[in-house]
Design a protein around this ligand. Structure first.
Ligand SMILES: Cc1cc2nc3c(=O)[nH]c(=O)nc-3n(C[C@H](O)[C@H](O)[C@H](O)COP(=O)(O)OP(=O)(O)OC[C@H]3O[C@@H](n4cnc5c(N)ncnc54)[C@H](O)[C@@H]3O)c2cc1C
Ligand code: FES
Length: 335
């Protein structure tokens, strides 16, 4: 079995075991979250050896060229030597500007970049991976355009017993410094040819964060095609930015907003459709234009995969469907 050298010690890997799982099994502290090659929290540097393509392919070419790889995607077939990048090596320091409630369990977090010179480019809808001072790393989608607002905006939902969100909701405060890695993801608006294709945006919970970023970017760039946003919640209390999105739909005739909840909304929430998100979307689908519609689906992984299948079967082109499943941390026995 190959040995993995890390912090001047050698750890024997099991057959088909990733570098990450091996080091976690040996109780080494390695940042990680999704274990799926998505969040990039488990970035390591290959020392005096090269990582396999599988462990590098999700990374930017500049990171690949410097020998970085994802430990969760690296199954070594020979002895391997890895080190952890220092905080400043591949991440940017950001400072919490504000944390404001958006509903009973979602907050809007605004972040400033500590050093303006280290600001990076991103498209609204992509995601960043944040690490706090306790070494916990999680990914969050970007809900705004930095050039417009001068800060990075995230929408974060509290998870019961969630390591990162418990910290964010109970201990984090303006002024705290975090480190972000990224951006990554291909859920964003581009329209170099200025075409007027229809856009369908759908998600539940904080799946709204990337959709909100994409919507504002499309409107900012003067998108002329129809834009439909479907936001679902378990109850109407789980929705957020409802009034703002309703006002936006009055301001922009091409934009239609469809808030919905699984359970009938109590009084005081305005018009909220009742039903599962997929049923609500199917009620409003326009089959005649679906082949040219660009579809963005974000949030809970099961829902995203289910919607993708249904909308594809109704006539959307697979190449026009962009998905951002919020893959949760995989808790393995060794983790
Ligand atoms: C690409 C990407 C983008 C994301 N964007 C956002 C975003 O914009 N806003 C946002 O709020 N979250 C987003 N997430 C999810 C986020 O990264 C964390 O998984 C989430 O905040 C929970 O972290 P935690 O440390 O609090 O919980 P953990 O300690 O990781 O988990 C605690 C418990 O909650 C469960 N759990 C974790 N996440 C979920 C979930 N989504 N649904 C159901 N159960 C869950 C876990 O299985 C575990 O049992 C995104 C994830 C990915 C991969
Ligand atoms: S990419 Fe490896 S843990 Fe997320």
């Amino acid at each position: 079995m190959p040995d993995i050298r890390f912090n001047e010690a050698a750890y024997s890997a099991l057959a088909d075991e990733s570098v990450l799982d091996c080091l976690l099994r040996h109780e080494q502290s390695i940042p990680h979250a999704c274990k799926s090659g998505v969040c990039q929290a488990c970035l390591v540097k290959a020392v005096d050896n090269d990582a396999p393509e599988q462990a590098k392919k999700a990374l930017k070419p500049t990171l690949q060229a410097q020998g970085y790889a994802l430990a969760c995607q690296w199954v070594p077939d020979a002895d391997t030597n890895v080190s952890l990048p220092s905080l400043n090596e591949c991440s940017v320091a950001v400072r919490i500007r504000s944390i404001e409630p958006l509903n009973h369990r979602v907050v809007r977090v605004r972040l400033d970049v500590v050093d303006d010179n280290s600001m990076f480019e991103y498209f609204p809808g992509q995601y960043l991976t944040l690490s706090n001072a306790h070494g916990i790393s999680r990914s969050y989608s970007i809900a705004n355009n930095f050039a417009e607002d001068g800060c990075i905006e995230l929408h974060v939902q509290k998870m019961p017993q969630g390591q990162f969100t418990e910290w964010l909701f109970s201990a984090a405060k303006p002024g705290d410094v975090l480190h972000v890695r990224g951006p990554a993801g291909d859920c964003f608006y581009t329209n170099a040819e200025q075409e007027d294709f229809p856009i369908l945006l759908a998600g539940t919970g904080t799946g709204l964060a990337p959709l909100y970023g994409i919507l504002h970017e499309a409107l900012r760039q003067g998108h002329r095609g129809s834009i439909q946003l479907f936001h679902g919640g378990f109850t109407a209390r789980d929705l957020y930015c409802v009034n703002e999105l309703r006002e936006l739909s009055m301001q922009y005739p091409q934009f239609r907003y469809h808030p919905s909840s699984l359970h009938a909304a109590e009084e005081g929430h305005g018009a909220v459709e009742t039903g599962a998100l997929d049923e609500v979307i199917l009620r409003h689908l326009e089959p005649a234009t679906l082949a040219s519609t660009r579809v963005y689906l974000c949030g809970a992984p099961d829902l995203v995969h289910q919607l993708r299948k249904k909308i594809f079967l109704k006539g959307a082109k697979s190449s026009n469907i962009y998905c951002d499943p919020f893959i949760e941390r995989r808790v393995a026995a060794a983790a």
